[in-house]
Design a protein around this ligand. Sequence first.
Ligand code: ADP
Ligand code: ZN
Length: 595
Amino acid sequence: MLKEAEEHLRQYFGYDRFLDGQEKIIDKVLQHKRVMGIMPTGGGKSVCYQIPSLIHDGITIVISPLISLMKDQVDEVREAGLSATYINSSLSYEETRDRMKGLQNKEYSLLYLAPERLGHTEFLKQLKNVPVSLIAIDEAHCLSQWGHDFRPSYMDIPKFLDFVGKDISVLALTATATPQVATDICRALSIPDEDVVKTGFARKNLTFSVVKGQDRDAYTIDYVKKHRGQPGIIYATTRKEVERLHQRLEKENIQAEKYHGGMGADERASGQERFVYDEVDVMVATTAFGMGINKSNVRFVLHAQMPRNIESYYQEAGRAGRDGAESDCVLLFAPQDIQTHQFLIDQSRLDDQRKENEYQKLRQMVNYCHSEDCLQNQILSYFGDVAEEPCGICLHCTDNRSLQDVTRDAQMVFSCVKRMRERYGKTLVTQVLTGSSNQKIRQFRLNTLSTYGLLKKQPQKNVTEFIDFLVAHEYLALSEGAYPVLKLANRALDVLQGKAKVMKKETLVAKTTFNEDPLFEEMRQLRLSLAKQHEIAPYMVFSDQTLKELCTYLPESEPEMLKIKGIGQQKLETFGHEFLEVMKRYKTEAQQEKV
Ligand code: ADP
Ligand code: ZN
C-alpha cells in the first residue's frame, strides 16, 4: 500500500519523495492505528491524511479549529484533484444537508469539519450513514490545557471517537507540542507511545534574529522598504499598537493591511483577502491573524513586540516560508514587553497554577531574547528536541559585527541617572545629558547637575537609542506604570565602580532582498492573473518554490514540467501551458540578446 501512497504523492502533489515522517505516519494510518505526528510547520502534515483519503474506502474527517481556513484548504486540495468538502457554521441548513447527502453517496473522500459540530446530535445522526475510515485532528495541541491555544470544543473529540467506532484510524497532528502537551494529547486520544512520530522541529529555511536596544519603528520601516515586493506579516501585541504601526507605515507610503479583533468582520476579511491574494505585501496584525490562513509564500514575519511564550512565537514566526523557500523571522525586543505580558497574565482569568505556568513560559521567552546561542536551537530545545549543531543561518550563528567599548559613555549615563535620583524618565535624562535647556529642565534646576551636557556632542536621538540599549541589556531598569522612570540595575553599579565594561555591537541593519530576477517577476504576475481567473489564491496555483525551480530548470515540455517539485497531473493540465509559453518566450529573447 505504501507503493500506492508514493504514486499518489507523485500524481496528485507532484513530489517524488516523502518528507521526513510522512511515510511512517501514512504507513501506520493505513494499518488502522491511532497515531500522533509532531512535525514543524511546512513539514507536510496535510499529505499524511490526504493520501490515505485516496486509499481508504471510507471518508477521512479532518477536524480543524478555524472556520476561515477551511474554504482555502478545500480549494487547495481540489486544485490538486481530490474530492473534498467542508461543514461549519458558515453554511446554511440546506447546504449542510446537501453536503451530508453527498457524503452518504460517496461523492467526497475528505470532509473538513469544525470541532463545534461534534456536539450536534443532528449531525451525529446523519453521520451514522457515512462510512468513516480516518479521523485526522489538525492543531491537536488545542486539546491540552497546558498548550498555548486550548479550545474547549476539542474536549468533545474523545467522545466523538468512541461514537464513530473503535477500529477507525486516528491521526493527531501538531507543530507546537512541548513534551507535556504531547503526553496530554496521547492520553486523551489513547495513542500508544510507539505510535508517536516526531520529526526534527528545525525549519531549515528560516533565519531567526532578535533585535534589541534599537528604535523599533525605524527598524521596521527600513526593513519593510528593503523587502519591497515580498509578502510579510508584522505582529503587534495589542489592537492599539496595530493601529499605530499601520498608520506609521502609511505615512511612509508603505501599503499595508491591518487585522485585529476590534475591526468589523467584513473589513477584516477584505484585508486578509488582499494579503492572501498578493494584492498587498504587508499585513500588520495581532496574533488573532494567521491561524486562519494557509498562505505559503510569506517571506518574513516581524514581531514588533516580544510574544508571550516560545510556543506562540514559533507558531507565528513559523508562518513564514511554508513553501520551503528562504524566509526571515525577526523579533524586536524591548524590556517593557515583559511588563505588558506580566500585566496581561495577571489580569487573565486563569487559576493560580496555570498563571504560574504562564509566567514560567514568559521567562523562557525572555531568556531567548537575551541569550547569545543559536536561536533556532534554543527553540528546538524548548520543544525537547536536541540539535546536533548550530543552524548556521540565524543572527547569532552569522553575527560578525564588531564590538565597541562604550564603558565611558555608559558611566556618564549611569551617573546622570543617579544624580537625577532615579526619578525621571528617558526623555528628561536624554535632555540633561545633551544639555538641552527647556523650561522643565530649568524648573527642576536640572541644568545645575554636574552631568548636565556631558554628551552634548551627540544628537538626542543617539543618546535615546543608547539608553534603549542599556535598558535592553539590563544595566538600567524602567519602573512600571504610565510614566516609567529610569533606575540603575546591579550591572550598572559594577560599571560605575570600574569593575565591568560595557561592550556594544554595531547597530543591526536590515539586509536588502529585492527580487531581481525578471523571469520570476513575470511568472509571479502570470500566477496572479491565473489565480484571479480561477478565484483561488496565487500560492494555490504554484508555490514560490515551484516558480523558482521553473526559473532554474526552464522545462520545455509538459513531461519535463512534471518533474518540477509541486506540479502534479491536474495542475499541469490546468496551468502548465501558459507557464510553458512564458518560459519559451524568455528563452528566445535571451538567445536573441546573445546573438
Ligand atoms: P504543514 O501543515 O505541516 O504546515 P503542509 O501540509 O501545508 O505543511 O505542507 C507544506 C508544504 O510542503 C506544502 O507546500 C506542500 O505541498 C509541501 N509538501 C508536502 N509533502 C511534500 C513532499 N513529500 N515533498 C515536497 N514538498 C512537500
Ligand atoms: Zn543558529
